[in-house]
Design a protein around this ligand. Structure first.
Ligand SMILES: *[C@@H]1O[C@H](CO)[C@@H](O)[C@H](O)[C@H]1NC(C)=O
Ligand SMILES: *[C@@H]1O[C@H](CO)[C@@H](O)[C@H](O)[C@H]1NC(C)=O
Ligand SMILES: *[C@@H]1O[C@H](CO)[C@@H](O)[C@H](O)[C@H]1NC(C)=O
Ligand SMILES: *[C@@H]1O[C@H](CO)[C@@H](O)[C@H](O)[C@H]1NC(C)=O
Ligand SMILES: *[C@@H]1O[C@H](CO)[C@@H](O)[C@H](O)[C@H]1NC(C)=O
Length: 348
C-alpha cells in the first residue's frame, strides 16, 4: 500500500522534473516582443527581444538563453521611444509642443503678417523623422491700393517687385497743383490692408504778406496754389534775414518769410576803428554806418600799461553800441594827444 502510494507520488515528481527541463513562455516586457512565440523552449535555446517599432533599447540585454534550471533569468531590457530631431527653426513662426518623442505631435503657427504654407501639425514617426515637410511662414500680400488708375493720386513701391507684402511701403504722389493730404507713405498691414490712403486736394494760399523795409519780387495779384513760390528782397542798406523764398504749403499758409534787418549808424562822431581788418576813420569812411551783422573794432586804452586793445561791436538790426572802454576824443584833444589807435598794441 505504501509502495503504491510512493509510486503514485514519485512518478509525477519525476515526470515534473523531466517536464521542467524546458523553459516556459518568457515574460512579456513592455514595448518589446520576442523573436520566437512558443509555449515552451528547450534548454540552451536562445531568444532575442526587440523593441517595438518606434522604440529603441535603453538598458539591459536583448539576448537570453533557456538555462538548465528551466527558469528564465530576469529580463533587464527596457525600451524607450525614439526621439525626433528639432524640426525648426520656423522663420517668422512658432513651433508649439515639447514632446519630441515617437508619436509626439507639434503644431506650427505663424506670426502676425505671415501665413502658414504647408501642414499645421507634424508627428514624430517610428523612423525618428517628423511626418510631412516643415511648413513655411510667408508674408501676407496686400492687393494694390484702391485708387483710380488715371486719378490725381498715384503711388510707387519703395521696394522693387510686382507685389507688396507685409511691412512693405508704398509712396503716394498727387498731380500738381493738388496737394497730398494725409500720410504720403502707406504700409502693408497684417490684415492685408494698407495703413492709410491719402487724398489729393486743391489748396489756395492768400496773397503773400509784405515785409517791412522790403518787397516781394514780381508780385502779382493772382490766386496762389500749393507749391507756388514768391521771393523777397530788401530796400537798399537793409539785409535779408532768413530764406529769400516762401512757398505756398498744403496747409494754405506760406512758409516762413524773411525779414529785413536795419543798418547801424556808428554811435560816435570821430574815431579810428577796424573795419574789414583795415583801419577806417568813422568821420571819413563810415558816415553811412554799417550793415546788419557787420562788426567793427573800437580801440580802447590800457592806462596802466599805456597800450591799446580792440573790442568788437556788432550791428544787430539797427542797434550798435560802442564798448564802455571806448572814449571819444573832443576836437581839441585830437590835436594835442596821441590817438589811442596809434598807441602800441598791448601784449595780449
Ligand atoms: C490645422 O488645420 C486644420 C484645417 O486644415 C484646422 O482644422 C485645425 O484647427 C488646425 N490646427 C491648428 C493647431 O491650427
Ligand atoms: C511682374 O508682372 C509681370 C506681368 O504682370 C511679369 O511679366 C513679371 O515677371 C513680374 N515681375 C516680377 C518681378 O514678379
Ligand atoms: C506714415 O505711415 C508710416 C507707415 O507707412 C508710419 O511709419 C509713419 O509714422 C506715418 N507718419 C505719420 C506722420 O503718421
Ligand atoms: C481694409 O480697408 C477697407 C477700406 O479701408 C475696410 O473697408 C476694411 O474693413 C479693411 N479690412 C480690414 C481687414 O482691416
Ligand atoms: C540794443 O542793444 C542793447 C544792448 O545790447 C539792448 O539793451 C537794446 O535792447 C537793443 N535795442 C534794440 C532795439 O534791439
Amino acid at each position: 500500500m505504501f509502495q503504491v502510494l510512493l509510486a503514485l507520488w514519485i512518478v509525477p515528481l519525476i515526470h515534473t522534473v523531466l517536464a521542467q527541463r524546458v523553459c516556459p513562455r518568457p515574460p512579456a516586457i513592455p514595448l518589446a516582443t520576442v523573436d520566437k512565440n512558443k509555449q515552451e523552449y528547450n534548454l540552451g535555446e536562445e531568444i532575442l527581444y526587440s523593441c517595438n517599432s518606434g522604440y529603441v533599447p535603453h538598458t539591459g540585454s536583448r539576448r537570453y538563453i533557456c538555462p538548465l534550471s528551466g527558469k528564465w533569468p530576469i529580463i533587464t531590457l527596457r525600451c524607450i521611444p525614439k526621439k525626433c530631431p528639432y524640426p525648426g527653426p520656423l522663420i517668422n513662426g512658432n513651433i508649439v509642443g515639447a514632446d519630441f518623442r515617437y508619436q509626439g505631435v507639434l503644431s506650427f503657427s505663424c506670426e502676425p503678417g505671415y501665413s502658414l504654407h504647408g501642414t499645421n501639425t507634424s508627428q514624430c514617426l517610428a523612423d525618428g523623422q517628423w511626418s510631412g515637410k516643415l511648413p513655411e511662414c510667408q508674408p501676407v500680400i496686400c492687393p494694390p491700393p484702391p485708387i483710380s488708375e488715371f486719378g490725381a493720386l498715384s503711388y510707387h513701391r519703395l521696394k522693387p517687385g510686382n507685389i507688396s507684402v507685409f511691412q512693405d511701403e508704398i509712396k503716394f504722389e498727387c498731380l500738381l497743383p493738388l496737394a497730398l493730404i494725409g500720410n504720403e507713405t502707406a504700409r502693408c498691414l497684417a490684415s492685408q490692408n494698407w495703413s492709410e490712403i491719402p487724398e489729393c486736394r486743391k489748396v489756395k494760399c492768400p496773397y503773400p504778406a509784405e515785409i517791412e523795409n522790403g518787397f516781394i519780387n514780381f508780385a502779382v495779384h493772382r490766386t496762389y496754389q500749393y507749391k507756388d513760390r514768391v521771393t523777397y528782397g530788401c530796400n537798399p542798406t537793409y539785409v535779408l534775414n532768413g530764406p529769400a523764398e516762401s512757398t505756398c504749403e498744403k496747409t494754405g499758409d506760406w512758409s516762413t518769410k524773411p525779414s529785413c534787418k536795419a543798418p547801424c549808424k556808428i554811435p560816435v562822431n570821430r574815431a579810428t576803428v577796424l573795419y574789414n581788418q583795415q583801419r577806417a576813420k568813422v568821420q571819413d569812411h563810415l558816415k553811412g554806418g554799417i550793415q546788419h551783422a557787420e562788426t567793427i573794432w573800437f580801440f580802447c586804452k590800457n592806462k596802466d600799461q599805456y597800450c591799446s586793445y580792440t573790442v568788437p561791436a556788432q550791428c544787430i538790426d539797427g542797434n550798435l553800441t560802442a564798448p564802455a572802454c571806448f572814449k571819444e576824443r573832443g576836437w581839441f584833444s585830437s590835436l594835442v594827444k596821441t590817438d589811442v589807435a596809434d598807441m602800441t598794441p598791448c601784449e595780449n
